[in-house]
Design a protein around this ligand. Structure first.
Ligand code: ZN
Length: 78
């Protein structure tokens, strides 16, 4: 059995994905917050500003942005 380490809380779990089952809803929630932000705001933004605007931690933002299906990469100022 393979154990995965949750990227949010650091606990170990056996299900698929980057986060444990108890953190998965938080991830989903923040992902949709992020998508809503970019639907309403077209201007490029830094991760730091995005964190302030959405209330999502920079660590989690970096993780969301690096996912291959993230649609708004061009709007992130690096
Ligand atoms: Zn977790």
């Amino acid at each position: 059995m393979n154990l995965n380490k949750c990227e949010r809380c650091g606990c170990f779990y056996v299900t698929e994905g980057n986060v444990c089952p108890s953190c998965a809803p938080k991830d989903t929630n923040e992902m949709s917050k992020l998508n809503n932000y970019f639907t309403e705001n077209a201007a490029p933004i830094t991760i730091n500003e995005l964190s302030t605007a959405t209330g999502i931690s920079q660590k989690n933002l970096s993780r969301f942005i690096s996912e291959k299906n993230f649609e708004y990469k061009q709007q992130i100022k690096l």
